[in-house]
Design a protein around this ligand. Sequence first.
Ligand code: SDX
Length: 429
Amino acid sequence: METNRNVTLNYKEGEEALELPVLKGTLGPDVVDIRSFGKTGMFTFDPGFLATASCESKITFIDGDLGQLYYRGYPIEQLAEESDFLETCYLLLNGELPTAEQKADFDRKVLRHNMLHDQILTVFKGFRRDAHPMAVMVGVVGALSAFYHDSLDISDAHHREVSAHRLIAKIPNIAAQAYRYNKGLPFSYPKNGLSYAENFLHMMFSTPCEEYKVNPVLARALDRIFILHADHEQNASTSTVRLAGSSGANPFACIAAGIACLWGPSHGGANEAVLKMLDEIGSVENVAEFMQGVKDKRYKLMGFGHRVYKNMDPRAAIMKQTCDEVLNELGLHNDPKFKLAMELEKIALSDPYFIERKLYPNVDFYSGIVLSAIGIPVSMFTPIFALARTVGWISHWAEMIADPAMKIGRPRQLYTGSPRRDYVATDKR
Ligand code: SDX
């Protein structure tokens, strides 16, 4: 990690220059280690962290210019094609692909711990039926710490592993029950013998009245969507989980904080916003006027742009292929929303306004169309993103907690408020 290079900072007349070491990772840009910057008596200033590496991590690598995404070094394209979501979870959590025995053991652990404590189902009933499923997920996941006292000692590696397995196992059940509660459907239960994605579809759509048959093409598409959303370096919600975890908060509270952050339309809420945008545009005839509105900054082109990717988001390309497969399987390849999305993408990829700003489709642009085709309501798009991202969040949390050098995150500020002033009595104001 050390290089023999420094950045020399002549920050004040008459003061000795500050030598800041340059550190090199395995891949990606070098970083300037500013941990000694306090000697200057100043702070660095980087709102939105556009130029700040907040931590060292071995989990996920992104190259925004080349449109590359690796989980523990494996390209997302290969994992989406060759792997499955639970194997990807094992990889993100443990750093290596599992042997056949390790995979069987991990699958069993997760697929046999997906039931919820029955009292948790009562927590759902505290919400209004029309509560947004994300509000329910934040509340119920945060409440898990009230049920699993036996795995909250974050200094114990076994407790950290048990909590990680519990969260991965139970998050699909929580998401499915949030949907069912919203619809007024009776709660459902996982079914042994089904895969992770099959069980999620079963818990979402089964009824007590008849056997629910899982469509294997849709289950495979969903499993791939989970893989594509599993992790993404230090995005807003993962940074939220790390900051919450740095105070020593329990893993369930930290994941609830991540879910809350993901809900925003600039982040995980974008797939829901893409479908709302397509509905508002209505038809291809309205695209030109809408795009003018985007250029006039009256609207954002949801599902486009990314803080890191200044090239095509590699997940968007895979998502588009998955979209084709699902629409063909369901005979919806003439789906008007998909055609409208294709027209928007075609225009955006050729229009100088978007090219100059390096605005390409991101993972959220096609995911909403796929989920909608599978029959998943728009309000469940971000809960599914949260379901998939839980493994990424808990992997980063565990990596941070296991680091003996971990400190509580506590940024400073540039204060531009009022200088010191004395209190003024009411009758003198
Ligand atoms: C996710 O970080 C992650 O990794 C997130 C994520 C993950 O897996 O965790 O990848 C998931 O959140 C994907 C992003 C989903 N969000 C959206 O699709 C919402 C629409 N996108 C924008 O809100 C925006 O692109 C962001 C928030 C994603 C990125 O914003 P930045 O990096 O802060 O870029 P910016 O706002 O500084 O924009 C630069 C320029 C501006 O124009 P000018 O002022 O230079 O004229 O690009 C314009 C912006 O107005 N711009 C857009 C735009 N995004 C940026 N213009 C129209 N439509 C857009 N979507």
